[in-house]
Ligand binder design. Structure first.
Ligand code: SF4
Length: 247
């Protein structure tokens, strides 16, 4: 029937192929210490609103011509798009029946079996691997990574294009042993998946002030372009992973 969203963003070009509409859905089971969209962590706050499924689908249909000419479509994002599974399924069903290309961005923390029908409607899935070590994952996000690793593996086996995204944050996950562990997991458990390294940024920090939340630790830092490029080469050359970028 509907759910909570932050916004619909038309003419989005960083969340998949072509010109897209990105639906920023509210709610998230994680609490990443670096989160750039803290307003997306909960369904109900000053920056979210309720939207009927029919209303969202109607607005999407008005953009269809841009998708057709650019090879674009709709991207479900967040917050965490799977945190409202019924709302996600309603929108995915309606838009899939319209023949609109669908992409999902997810942190990977969801119930695989119940989400499988939605995943199978996607043309592309972006799934995060924030830290390969469960204890560190819990320390930085509030949740261990067991479900996420299992879901990466199961999603890779669905034969749908999969991009594993790692947010690269100095002070969290850019040391050599963490990177080797992450790349080894992708290479062995997600054969065929591509890799996108996303450099950390601090753009969303004023939102923390607006929500009355403490800002991310000052120790978190963005990598340099040279570091990113070196890590991409490591993934490609030592682990045979295809590296991509949608930015
Ligand atoms: S998964 Fe994304 S939306 Fe959720 S807390 Fe982490 S960074 Fe924020």
């Amino acid at each position: 029937m509907g759910g909570y969203i932050m916004q619909l963003q038309n003419f989005s070009v960083n969340d998949g192929d072509g010109i897209r509409t990105t639906i920023f859905m509210a709610g998230c089971p994680l609490r990443c210490a670096w989160c750039a969209n803290p307003e997306g962590q909960t369904c109900r706050n000053a920056m979210t609103h309720w939207a009927e499924t029919s209303e969202v689908v109607q607005k999407i249909r008005q953009q269809e011509i841009f998708y057709r000419y650019s090879g674009g479509g709709v991207t479900f994002s967040g917050g965490e798009a799977t945190a409202q599974p019924q709302f996600l399924a309603e929108m995915a069903d309606a838009l899939y029946d319209d023949g609109i290309s669908l992409t999902l961005e997810t942190c990977g923390q969801f119930d695989f079996d119940s989400l499988r029908p939605v995943l199978q409607k996607m043309d592309l899935i972006f799934m995060d691997l924030k830290h390969p070590d469960s204890e560190a994952h819990r320390r930085f996000t509030g949740v261990g990574n067991e479900t996420i690793l299992q879901n990466l593996q199961k999603t890779a086996a669905l034969d749908i294009p999969l991009v594993v995204r790692i947010p690269m944050i100095a002070g969290v996950n850019t040391d050599a042993s963490t990177l080797h562990k992450a790349f080894a997991f992708i290479s062995t458990s997600c054969p065929g998946a591509q890799l996108e390294l996303l450099p950390y940024h601090r753009y969303g920090e004023t939102k923390y002030d607006a929500l009355g939340l403490p800002r991310p630790p000052a120790a978190f830092a963005a990598p340099t372009k040279a570091q990113l490029s070196g890590w991409e080469q490591l993934a490609a050359q030592e682990y045979g992973i295809k590296v991509t970028s949608y930015k």
